[in-house]
Design a protein around this ligand. Structure first.
Ligand SMILES: [Mg+2]
Length: 355
């Protein structure tokens, strides 16, 4: 069994609902796709959504890394040699983690199809289905309630609210949101590095009665020393996102006293399923709870993250809403959304199709 052809292409996809976070406004995404065609019937699909502001990978760098000539090493390889191929992908594509992730997930997809099982089953299926959060950007309290009501109407039971521009307005919005949705809906927040140490402590005190599930990345990515000055109970509710790219960051975060209680793992930050599972291992062995996040992405990347999430017993949170907002995708399938939960499909590989 051999890979005989590598196809790559680029798609510029508009978002149905542009949004604002603490660092910028997002209206469209540049996605890159990889298809590995084998001499048997199966082919494997992967997708990249470079996170320039988080990892420094520009769309141009991702495109260059996925140039067909640069991926020529894949031709003639046996997809059953997954571990070795993923290591080569790390060596060849290490500085461009989204490009590496696209190749890594295409290799996993292809092996799953060759074996005739979902990827999660050869990784080791452990977790029960979990609800995914759906994200509300920074906007007025009235608009926040309106958007929340729409999402609850669509069956979602977990909301992630972007904060970090204005502490007083954040607290006011969240108070009104909790009052509006009641106690049974999970609410988590993401400051995208928008607060400083004092603001983080003050925010936590002001929202203590609102039963927030977690606080994602309150401080700047490099401010681990400051993060460690937060009270231990508060640190347990902090999810590291921009502070956690790859395995080395994971090791830094868990050095005692651990800087956060939760790892937000994203395939586009670390380079795919293989490194994500290494990070998950570091987290699990040191008592971190695992959250699986995403960028604005195709269903291909979301499915890959979902399969990895369900292979890890320490998975507690899903934030895999990145494909819902694409006005158009270049692939379909990957999961079924039911009552706000993402269900893995009983199909070989990642269960995604081109087109
Ligand atoms: Mg985040």
């Amino acid at each position: 069994m051999r890979i005989v052809r590598v196809e790559t292409w680029r798609e510029s996809l508009a978002l149905a609902r542009p949004y604002v976070i603490a660092t910028r406004r997002i209206e469209a995404v540049e996605l890159f796709f990889v298809q590995l065609v084998s001499d048997g019937a199966p082919s494997g699909l992967g997708a990249a959504s470079p996170a320039e502001l988080v990892t420094g990978e520009t769309p141009a760098a991702c495109a260059a890394a996925l140039d067909a000539d640069r991926l020529a090493w894949l031709r003639g390889q046996d997809p059953r040699h997954l571990g070795a191929l993923c290591r080569t992908a790390a060596d060849e594509l290490g500085p461009t983690p989204a490009a590496r992730a696209a190749v890594d997930m295409a290799l996993h997809d292809l092996l799953g199809r060759c074996l005739g099982v979902p990827v999660v089953d050869f990784l080791g299926r452990r977790s029960e289905p979990l609800p995914t959060s759906i994200t509300i950007g920074i906007k007025s309290a009235a608009e926040t309630l309106e958007e929340a009501s729409e999402y609850l109407g669509r069956g979602f039971r977990c909301l992630k609210v972007k904060i970090g521009h204005d502490l007083a307005a954040d607290v006011e919005r969240l108070s009104r949101l909790r009052e509006s949705v009641g106690p049974s809906i999970a609410i988590r927040v993401d400051a995208n590095q928008g607060y400083d140490l004092e603001q983080t402590a003050r925010f936590a005190a002001l929202v203590a009665r609102l039963d927030l599930e977690l606080i994602e990345q309150p401080l700047p990515a490099a401010a681990l020393g400051e993060l460690r000055r937060l009270p231990p109970a508060l640190r347990e509710t902090v999810a590291a996102d921009e502070s956690l790219l790859g395995e080395v960051d994971a090791l830094r975060l868990v050095e005692p006293p651990a800087a956060c209680g939760i790892f937000n793992i994203k395939l586009m930050k670390c380079g795919g399923i293989s490194p994500a599972l290494s990070i998950a291992g570091i987290g699990a062995w040191t008592g971190r709870r695992l959250m699986w996040g995403c960028m604005d992405e195709s269903v291909v990347g979301i499915a890959a993250a979902l399969h990895a999430a369900h292979a890890c017993p320490a998975t507690r949170f899903l934030d895999l809403d990145g494909s819902f907002d694409l006005a158009r995708d270049a692939a379909r399938g990957g999961f079924r959304l039911q009552d706000g939960r993402l269900q893995i499909l009983d199909r070989p590989g990642l269960g995604v199709e081109r087109g």
